[in-house]
Design a protein around this ligand. Structure first.
Ligand code: FES
Ligand code: FE2
Length: 381
């Protein structure tokens, strides 16, 4: 990790919170009408204005590291193709043929020199250019240069590939990330190893996402998984525009209270979560492992899809390392699917019951206040 993250300062702040039995707080509580979680028109507007316009980190650079590699996947109903051409640049396209719309690449990842449409064998190179029209002399005159794969705005920063899902939409990734880019770069995501990737169905995206932003529920909901070694209801938060960096403390942090700083281990007692608006969370749950989560709204307001990618520092070479990876993977799955999303589905089912007209976010949930304020701001635009 680079100097962008000042571990000593964070550890100092965390120790101060622990000593005072407090947490970083907002100025007051905040209420949000429950319709924000299920009302169809609002959902439609938020998906359009937030998820289809803003840059989303849809893949890790690691997934598509070598020239010639590609990833094809459907993201929120949009068939997306990412390809790294020989020039080393990653480009994003809509994965539909410009002739009559067949996908030019089946879902998955791999490496190839061109994409050959299975329907009538038009082919495209890795920059999206139409490079061959089968039976061209019989087809009639066409302007090949106007029939490249439809591009999507795409940028690569901090080991992540950011795209906009809407053809024609543009973004300036440096402006969008601002100082947060240094925080993300400090995670050195290019130099980890992917050992597992999976998709998890969840409740509505806000119900699910709320759980990624606060530590208030750690002790109650996760006593035997991610909350086991974490101090509940204590966090540090720093905002970078709409993005947030959260710090949780391991229970060992209490042992530093009253000890001279010269004896502190500055990296061993805290864990960081980098939360990029609107749906990316990178969590360093344990030192040798990290979890990257991307949470997408589902086809209806009450469902979401989470992509989990588990990273380890090094490619496992021993059975002990492989076992540690399996343990981490199982713990994360249990915490998210059987704890967070299990309660989330129940919350979702009760939303329209009239039991609540609004939800209240505590002073100790400043991250949720921040997030929902930014959702309101972007969805109004
Ligand atoms: S649809 Fe692709 S070549 Fe016809
Ligand atoms: Fe949780």
């Amino acid at each position: 990790m680079t100097d962008a993250i000042d571990f000593a300062a964070l550890t100092r702040r965390a120790v101060a919170n622990v000593a005072a039995r407090t947490t970083d707080q907002a100025e007051g509580t905040m209420a949000l009408p429950v319709e924000a979680y299920f009302e169809p028109e609002r959902y439609r507007r938020e998906v359009e204005h937030i998820f289809h316009r803003l840059p989303l980190a849809v893949a890790l650079s690691l997934e598509i590291a070598a020239p010639g590699s590609y990833v094809a996947r459907t993201i929120m109903g949009v068939p997306v193709l990412l390809a790294r051409a020989e020039d080393g640049v990653v480009r994003a396209f809509i994965n539909v043929c410009r002739h009559r719309g067949a996908p030019v690449c089946e879902p998955g990842a791999g490496s190839r020199k061109r994409f050959l449409c299975p329907y009538h064998a038009w082919s495209y190179d890795l920059t999206g250019a139409l490079d061959n029209v089968y039976g061209e002399t019989t087809f009639g005159e066409i302007d090949r240069s106007a029939l490249s794969l439809t591009p999507l705005a795409c940028a690569e920063r901090a080991g992540l590939i950011w795209i906009s899902l809407k053809p024609g939409a543009t973004f300036d990734i440096d402006q969008w990330l601002g100082d947060f880019v240094g925080q993300l770069e400090a995670l050195d995501l290019d130099n980890w190893h992917i050992y597992e990737r999976r998709e998890i169905d969840g409740p509505g995206w806000k119900v699910a996402w709320d759980g990624y932003l606060e530590g208030y529920h750690q002790s109650a909901l996760h006593p035997n998984t991610v909350g086991k070694n974490t101090i509940g209801n204590m966090m540090l938060v720093d905002a970078y525009g709409p993005h947030q960096r959260i710090v949780f403390g391991r229970k060992t942090l209490a042992g530093l209270v009253g000890k001279p700083e010269s004896e502190w281990d500055m990296t061993g007692h805290i864990r960081l979560i980098h939360s990029a608006f609107p749906n990316l969370s990178i969590s360093g749950v344990l030192g040798d492992h990290a979890l990257v989560s991307q949470l997408y709204p589902g086809p209806t307001p009450d469902r979401s899809l989470t992509v989990q990618t588990m990273l380890c520092r090094e490619k496992p070479t021993t059975e002990a390392q492989a076992a540690a990876n399996r343990l981490f993977s199982a713990m994360v799955l249990e915490a998210v699917a059987e704890e967070d999303y299990a309660v989330g589905f129940k919350i979702q089912d009760g939303l329209a019951s009239g039991g609540n007209r609004e939800f209240v976010f505590g002073r100790n949930e400043p991250t949720l206040q921040h997030y929902h304020q930014w959702v309101a701001r972007f969805s109004a635009g």
